[in-house]
Design a protein around this ligand. Sequence first.
Ligand SMILES: *Cc1c(COP(=O)(O)O)cnc(C)c1O
Length: 826
Amino acid sequence: MRSANNYTIKFISQILTGSLIGNPNLKIHSLSIDSRSLIIPNEALFFALQGERHDGHSHIIELYEKGVRAYVVSNKDSILPDEEFGDAAFILVDNTLTALQSLAQYHRNRFSYPVLGITGSNGKTIVKEWLYQLLCENYSVVRSPKSYNSQIGVPLSIWNMAEESNMAIIEAGISKPNEMQHLAKIIQPSIGLFTHLGDAHRENFASDKQKLEEKIKLFDSCNWIAYCVDEELVHQELYKKFGTEKRLVCWSRKENANLRILTEISENKRTKLKGIYYECIKEIEIPFTDKASIDNAILCWLFLLLLEVDDSEIKRRFSNLEPVAMRMEIKEGIGESTIINDYYNSDLGSLEIALNLMNQQKTDKKKTLILSDIYQTGYSPKKLYREVSKILKQKKVDRIIGIGEGIASQSELFSLEKSFYRTTDIFLSDLNRNEFKNEIILIKGSRSFHFERISNALQYKAHRTVLEVNLNAMVYNLNYFRSLLKPSTKIVVMVKAFSYGSGSTEIANLLQYHRVDYLAVAIADEGVELRNAGITIPIIVMNPEIHSFETIIEYQLEPEIYNISILQEFEKSLKRSGVKNYPIHIKLDTGMHRLGFMQHDLNDLILQLRKNDNFYIRSIFSHLAGADEEQHDIYTEKQIKSFISWCDIIRSNFNYPIDRHILNSAGIERFPDAQFEMVRLGIGLYGIGTFRHQENLMNVSSLKTSISQIKTISSSETIGYSRKGTLEKETAIGIIPIGYADGFNRRLSNGVGKVMINGKLCPIIGNICMDMSMVDLSDVSANEGDEVIIFGDDYPVTIISKQLDTISYEVLTTISRRVKRIYYQE
Ligand SMILES: *Cc1c(COP(=O)(O)O)cnc(C)c1O
């Protein structure tokens, strides 16, 4: 995070009471905790944080080469020697995370303007973004970027506070006991907002009460606290703790409150709210109808009333409230381009995050940024766009298209391929779509520029049926599995079969970024595709075919070796290429009875391996046949036992370390004692629990389409091929553009399967066609164009696999390639 701050390293070392080694005069503007996402290295202070699996100290040399000079470290040995690196500076502290938090706390204390602290289980980010929308005309607001609300996110958010602002809105989130006091010390909010007590992270707390007690520690410094009194426990605890000493202000649907809601009427996608506030009737209308949005809006409303914002202003602003899209989407664009959409806010922090996402897509494509004016930074235009220009250089952007009076007036500051337009309309009317070829295009702008229109113009117009892939959920699942493993255990992620249907290079990029140790594909071509997309981590090929050996060697892929003849063939290829010491993975068949060496092959295998130096054994592995089912546990234990003893035999013949792995996703959950040095994660990453642990995982993929046409058909008629669809009464049917050629299995025809429309399940009528299907709309009110969910967060894919009497693996991997994958992340 960058800000207008100006500290010297010497001063920071005094704040942190650490010892300073090296150059005391370095000026620090930005804080960094992630070696992969630096903006301007020579102004950054890097905090080497230590996680269970990852240690920031290991990146110091690499960062020095990138130009970083200032570091906060806790490990003395990581300090670079003065003779060679005299221009660098190190602050040695006991704990780097505590140091980051102390610096933020110091920084916070420099400002006396109001700081809002928002907590609660859901809605924090929405309330924060809405308050920003509602208040940015009266105040110069700094706010947490995205959902930066953790032990690390909060200090980085606070760092954005600057002289030029006069209000800060900061969100605070916790997942475990004893976390909030740290955040409270850093934020020291003068005003507190409590959104909602839900069940997120309940598993880490003894009770809801304990979770709540923890959360409301945020409010110790507040002069007043706003919340909804209808959540009884919330009211009780707040009242018990603060009732006599603070101003508690609340809203309610049921009882007397500072803001009592009298009526709420939703129609036509809008909701009218009428309430009574200190004996005056107040009204607003918002463009939302769901309960969560209404609750969040009311909390914001209460806050604006407290600030005594003028009634007509309140009305106008709420009526224009816009959805908060926290997600960035990656889509296919025209001319082989990739489009990244992030057009709901624009500030320097979120520009940085979006550019990182762009750079995370390892491609050779030209990098184009379409950027609107940036608002509310507190900088003069010149200073602001000079800063932007620096960032673009740093992030190696090739071309900028600037849209807006502000950015256009500073065009001379940019020294890359550039063009500028005063408005989105002018850009669109000048747009030549042939101009975009083989680029990665980041579309980033403030809401008011309506960049969704640009995205529509540049998007590849395809099939309306899409598979949405939630990258945050995938990372969440990865971390869940990591939490079940020892920190030292390596993870191979199975990305075979187009990553279980979810995509190839996008997923591999994400996994590489999140530092998984290995990827595994089924065939060599899949590995080549990943290498061509810039994936550099090791890749195992599970099904190497003899004719692909040259390719395997050329692309540094590592084959699974499962019998003597394949070993010998591979040896020949290595000899021909003159390669020695090539890593291979030995597959043992301990009971799956698919590919693999049997016990009686072991002597021969060892003999062959010992007599040549073309390869070395990187790992030995085997596969469990029934890890997900309790009924097979004895068999599984037997497999594990054989595996251990066979590995012992092989390993005793070689004097180098050889990793062992046998667990798949279900195995990781059920047999963690058999994790050895490595595990192979598959279906779990994609959000499917193979055992009873589904609730620990987040859904990743959603298959969606939309209604093409609605018609009413009388009961004397039939629907579709072979006239299979019959009706009992006159019925509204919807035609949806998904058929068996998309992977929508034809056995779901005639009521076997259902789809979800506006929250209701609608049965399929008649036979599913190649490209289309028909659904019964009797029980739902729907319009043409409405979204149709084939499976997703609220309608899990496992329901479909049960209807088809198969497993979710098959449903996911048979979604055809013509269904576009759309990736999004917060
Ligand atoms: C596919 C595969 C896995 C992953 O299995 P999941 O059940 O998806 O976790 C692990 N090992 C091998 C050999 C595989 O082929």
